[in-house]
Design a protein around this ligand. Structure first.
Ligand SMILES: NC(=O)C1=CN([C@@H]2O[C@H](COP(=O)(O)OP(=O)(O)OC[C@H]3O[C@@H](n4cnc5c(N)ncnc54)[C@H](O)[C@@H]3O)[C@@H](O)[C@H]2O)C=CC1
Length: 440
């Protein structure tokens, strides 16, 4: 392994000539609409394709028409939501109030503190409405949502009151601007959402539990605010390096937060997680401060990307900071185990040497996996002490990454600015995978 400091010499990494292969395979339950579900396209009801014998004015026939492959009235959905975009939080609050009145049993599905839940709901609505015309994007996302909602204990009967409460909340926010067309668009839209989610949840129930119980067997605080946990799932938990899961702890029941597996799949079934307390984060502080061996966590289904896919042979660039190193460690362990031939560069940011807590582990992997290069980026905390472009500038000054597959996981500002620098360098977006935890 070559170990270099900040701004290390800009020797060009080895690159290969392959193009157009995805860095990573989407596996398992990933819902984010970044994957083709392989289903045939449906012809939409938009009239974009003129039927046989239909008379069409020649000049109009030549105009490119947007395709609608879902039959939903996406324009009405977007227009109506756009009218109340300043009031989305209020819509979320009104929705849950209505829902808990109409179906009080649904309150049991949620833990304390609804803010994150509300913002996930609103994020999902915005995403669904944004892709309402595009079946290839919408359906995989909805299927993922349906499967994922099993872990909350959602059952088919919950979908009707959810739809009623949602449409009521949007209608109330629009007031006199609500029209019959909006009504139809939302009723049809929600019917579609519910039927795709219910179908996916039913299919998933045949092959997977709604969650996996996993006992904590090791817990160590390696920094004031960072802990490493190892857990043993009670039953087989299949996942790939680079993937993440939502988990919940009995000390904060029913509140789910995402963490990446920090270890490659092992024969003894153990999984590792790295957790940093985030402000008053209820789950992260419980996991760092009040978790001990014997606690049983619940793990949702694995989601996200297979960063170490054996089907990709392309050199890999990983840009990471803090506990974002976790999925990178899992990836490197797997590449090392199978002595994969690809070169890997890891840029790893931390406040100081202590906060680069995974360096010894990276060094030991590098001894056995000689094609690994690690570049530690010592970076003071706080935007006043550090240019937001620090990581992006170091990465782009280091070499030419246009033929690499790129994986980015870390603090949001670091991710955003690094992506900008990669784009400036001409790295195509489709070669880049960012861990956004599905954003729901
Ligand atoms: N725990 C996990 O399993 C995973 C976490 N993540 C994400 O990784 C992030 C890591 O969070 P923390 O551990 O709290 O890390 P953090 O917020 O403490 O950041 C780590 C280091 O990155 C530096 N940094 C921030 N912006 C930078 C920039 N623009 N250029 C250079 N350095 C910069 C900071 O100064 C800090 O020293 C979170 O957003 C988390 O969601 C991602 C994947 C897995």
């Amino acid at each position: 392994m070559q170990l270099r400091r900040n701004g290390a010499s800009a020797s060009s990494p080895v690159v290969d000539d392959g193009v157009n292969e995805q860095l990573s395979d989407e596996v398992g339950q990933e819902p984010a609409g970044r994957v083709d579900d392989g289903e045939p396209e449906a012809d939409g009801a938009s009239g974009a394709h003129a039927g046989v014998g239909t008379e069409v004015e020649p000049e109009r026939a030549l105009e490119p028409q947007p395709r609608n492959t879902t039959g939903l009235d996406g324009d009405a959905l977007r227009e109506s939501l756009g009218l109340v975009e300043e009031h989305l939080d209020a819509i979320g609050t009104d929705f849950y109030s209505q829902l808990f009145v109409m179906a009080p049993e649904t309150r049991e599905l949620f833990g304390a503190g609804m803010e994150v839940q509300r913002s996930r709901l609103l994020g999902a609505i915005v995403r669904i409405v944004g892709s309402a015309d595009d079946r290839d994007v919408l359906e995989p996302y909805l299927e993922g949502l349906g499967r994922d909602h099993r872990k909350f204990g959602v059952i088919d009967q919950h979908y009707a009151p959810v739809g009623t409460a949602l449409i009521l909340a949007i209608r109330r926010a629009l007031g006199k601007r609500w029209t019959p067309r909006y009504e139809k668009a939302w009723v049809d839209g929600y019917d579609h959402i519910a039927s795709v989610m219910v179908g996916a949840a039913r299919r998933d129930a045949v092959i997977s539990p709604p969650w996996w119980d996993a006992e904590v067997v090791y817990h160590r605080r390696i920094l004031d605010d960072v802990a490493i946990l190892q857990v043993r799932p009670h039953t087989d938990y299949p996942y790939r390096p680079g993937q993440y899961t939502y988990l919940t702890t009995p000390r904060r029941p029913k509140i789910w937060r995402a963490y990446s597996m920090a270890s490659a799949p092992r024969d003894d079934g153990l999984l590792e997680f790295h957790v940093r307390t985030v402000g008053a984060g209820w789950v992260s502080s419980a996991l760092v401060w009040r978790t001990e061996p014997g606690d049983v966590l619940h793990l949702g289904a694995p989601q996200g990307h297979d960063v170490a896919s054996p089907r990709s042979e392309h050199d890999l660039l990983c840009i990471t900071g803090g506990t974002g190193i976790a999925p990178v460690l899992a990836t490197l362990q797997e590449l090392e185990q199978r002595q994969d031939g690809r070169r890997v560069h890891v840029f790893y940011a931390g406040r100081d040497r202590d906060h680069l807590y995974a360096l010894p582990h990276l060094e030991s992997i590098g001894v056995r996996y000689r094609r690994l290069t690690v570049v530690p980026v010592v970076s003071p905390d706080g935007p006043t002490d550090r240019s937001p472009d620090l990581m992006g500038n170091i990465v782009s000054a280091y070499g030419d990454w246009r033929k690499h597959r790129v994986y980015v996981a870390g603090p949001t500002s670091m991710v955003a600015t690094s992506l900008e620098r990669l784009r400036d360098q001409g790295v195509p977006d489709e070669q880049v995978v960012v861990d956004d935890y599905g954003l729901w």
